[in-house]
Design a protein around this ligand. Sequence first.
Ligand SMILES: Cc1cc2nc3c(=O)[nH]c(=O)nc-3n(C[C@H](O)[C@H](O)[C@H](O)COP(=O)(O)OP(=O)(O)OC[C@H]3O[C@@H](n4cnc5c(N)ncnc54)[C@H](O)[C@@H]3O)c2cc1C
Length: 337
Amino acid sequence: MKLFENFSLKDFNSFHVDVKAEKFVVIESTEELKEFFDEFDVNKNNLLLLGGGSNILFTKDVDSTILHLAFQNLSEVQEDNNFVLIEADAGMNWDELVKYSVEKNLGGIENLALIPGTVGAAPIQNIGAYGQELKDTLFQVKYFDMSDKKFKVLDNAHCKFGYRDSIFKNDLQYKFIITKVTLRLKKNPEPTVNYGNVENELKKSGITDPTIADVSCIIRKIRTEKLPDPAKIGNAGSFFKNPFVDDVTFQKIKNDFPDVPSFRQEGKVKIPAAWLIEKSGLKGFRKGDVGTYPNQPLVIVNYGNATGKEIYNFAMSIKQTVLEKFNIELEPEVNVI
Ligand SMILES: Cc1cc2nc3c(=O)[nH]c(=O)nc-3n(C[C@H](O)[C@H](O)[C@H](O)COP(=O)(O)OP(=O)(O)OC[C@H]3O[C@@H](n4cnc5c(N)ncnc54)[C@H](O)[C@@H]3O)c2cc1C
């Protein structure tokens, strides 16, 4: 266990906002995690978990204690003719897990390549991209319950996964620390290519019968071209979730904008938030050091030394403009602290 005081979080959040944490504790194993709770009089309401900081916006210095899980082992725990169960520690980098699975030709998470952050944070918002979501392969989550200081296990069905949602954002909020994630990966994978321009890009590269490695590689290329690299331009990926609207609202928008893109899901219509922002005239809009990224307006970027408050205020002004134009309230995907 390593304890730091008055610790700069600039390198621990992908917006690169310069704030400080009163206490920053690095935990190197599950045993240390238990020790931390046994040794210190921890108030769970005054604790914040931080993985890679790629889905978080700090608007001020943090007076809670920050816990950063740094253990990152990986093991294949079970196998049958069709599947392999892989257990990864919370502190492992998500993309390293994707690379491992692709190298072994184990299918299910190859389309989630290049999503920043840690394995431990992945179930919280049920990360998803290019037609795959974590919930499709997640077998179980191991977590530490801060209420009774016990390690517990939740299987997939009990995680209550939804679009960028899970039990960890609702019933279990502020009570849990995810320590390990087990995935059930396919031994004979079938690539998922029918999302976005994956199929087109494969064709352009002359690939007609793609492997999961081909698909993962193409998705890396598409993402690199479309999204800003947080190491160079601060951002946290999509700032808002894609909103779901009812048929009446959708029809009204379609009357005015016949080209509105949409996806029907569970009786509602999902409209890309990026499209709403673009049609509100805000693609590439910039104010000081904050702006919407010209290639993908759903991504809000820190071009230099924007403060968390400036980024937050900018995001709220985007939300307000979209509300006034479309009567749709965008909801942040990023955790605002
Ligand atoms: C360029 C870019 C592209 C992105 N693309 C995508 C995408 O395609 N799809 C997608 O779904 N997301 C995407 N994201 C968002 C982000 O990568 C994911 O949400 C990721 O899972 C966050 O991981 P993290 O470790 O950085 O979490 P953090 O930002 O550190 O934390 C996120 C939340 O989880 C909590 N938390 C973290 N670890 C734990 C733990 N072990 N136990 C309990 N709580 C914990 C934190 O308190 C916080 O509330 C993108 C982000 C960026 C910067």
